[in-house]
Design a protein around this ligand. Structure first.
Ligand SMILES: [Zn+2]
Ligand SMILES: [Zn+2]
Length: 97
């Protein structure tokens, strides 16, 4: 039920303590809501600015922080390592996260 979810999301946003006005960003009305990564070697594009900021802070240009203790597989995302452990080493204990 995407419609219901969006409706609830909109209500929760509208009731937030701070609502930014669109007029703060000139020319934002006609531009597509895409936020490409400024790193030329990356090419990632996010529809939400907060996702791009998270990408820049946690992923882009960063060394993979999560390492598999069994085979040395490395990932930038904890979920990816988690899935890797479940698929490749189902009998191994999950590392402390
Ligand atoms: Zn990037
Ligand atoms: Zn592994």
């Amino acid at each position: 039920m995407r419609t219901a979810f969006f409706f609830q999301w909109s209500v929760s946003q509208a009731q937030g303590p701070r609502v930014r006005r669109r007029s703060a960003e000139p020319g934002s009305g006609s531009e597509p809501h895409a936020h490409p990564c400024p790193n030329p070697n990356c090419g990632a594009v996010y529809s939400l600015r907060r996702n791009l900021q998270r990408h820049l802070r946690l992923e882009c240009g960063q060394e993979p922080r999560f390492k598999c203790p069994v085979c040395g597989f490395r990932s930038k995302r904890r979920n990816n390592l988690h899935n890797h452990m479940l698929v490749r080493h189902p009998d191994a204990p999950l590392p402390a996260m």
